[in-house]
Write a protein that binds this ligand. Structure first.
Ligand code: 15L
Length: 272
């Protein structure tokens, strides 16, 4: 029975996965810098600050596979992103190498490629176009994952997660929604599929308005059960409440693109 470590156990995704993963991976070790408020006596929790390599090494002891959901999950000040997502991500892969961990699933994000326009359908092999310091940290995580796969033989899967939740809430999310159970499928592929060396997959359900070519995930057996279009009316109602914002509405990364924006849209669009 593999022993799986999940970082970010107190975050939004981690909190949901704590309910969904135990039947599949009963030997689950949870970690976060903050103890989950509703921690159950049946759960194993080890606190760690990702920015401290010794602490990360200690939680990787005896671990077969890691689900790395830890770190800062939105745009933030440079020092926060640096400590949590850049140093933290390096520490995670380096600790995994030192402790002989076989597999790592890294929670990347659509914000690594957020400056692609919405009309541009992209695969997982495009040049990154981060839309924020947060997006840069996710591109860094993908790069370090690639290094540790090639140089040290860790099987690494980076999931460019779209919008995780029970349903899509607006137009953008009709294209990028990820149902929690579908994320579990992608985690299982990353932890268990025999062919994993280094993969970048999109974390999206079956969305007819998708901007992403996710065929590699399907080749690896992914069969999403969420269909964004089933929530179309609610998503349109949510959209109607949003204020108009040309930058947000044009790019895949949405509000992450318009935040602090002082660029020239006409030049970004031409860049392919
Ligand atoms: C992310 O990467 C964030 O972690 C999440 O909070 C959402 O903003 C999501 O992307 C999104 O793009 O909707």
């Amino acid at each position: 029975m593999p022993r799986i470590l999940m970082t970010g156990a107190s975050g939004e995704i981690g909190t949901r996965l704590r309910q969904l993963l135990p039947p599949i991976y009963p030997d689950l070790v949870l970690s976060d810098v903050k103890t989950p408020a509703d921690l159950d006596a049946s759960e194993t929790f080890k606190p760690a600050d990702l920015a401290d390599l010794a602490q990360v090494e200690s939680i990787c002891e005896g671990i077969d596979g890691i689900l790395h959901f830890g770190g800062f999950s939105i745009e933030g000040p440079w020092d926060t992103i640096l400590q949590s997502n850049i140093i933290g991500c390096y520490n995670l892969f380096e600790a995994a190498r030192r402790k002989g961990v076989q597999r790592v699933v890294f929670a990347s994000s659509n914000h690594a490629v957020g400056f692609y326009p919405r009309h541009h359908r992209i695969g997982a092999d495009v040049t990154v176009r981060p839309d924020s310091r947060y997006g840069v940290s996710k591109a860094f995580g993908e790069a370090i994952g690639s290094l540790y796969a090639d140089k040290h033989g860790i099987g690494v899967t980076c999931l460019r997660i779209g919008n995780f939740g029970d349903k899509p809430l607006d137009h953008r999310r009709l294209s990028i929604w990820l149902k929690p159970e579908d994320l579990v499928q992608l985690c299982r592929i990353g932890l268990d599929h025999p062919d994993i060396h280094f993969e970048i997959l999109y974390g999206a359900s079956y969305n007819e308005r998708a901007w992403w070519d996710n065929h590699r995930a399907y080749d690896l057996g992914y069969r999403p059960t969420g269909r964004a279009e089933d929530f179309r009316d609610q998503a349109f109602a949510g959209q109607a409440k949003l204020k108009s914002d040309p930058v947000r509405q044009f790019y895949q990364g949405g509000a992450f693109c318009s935040l602090e924006f002082s660029g020239d849209m006409s030049r970004i669009v031409k860049w392919k």
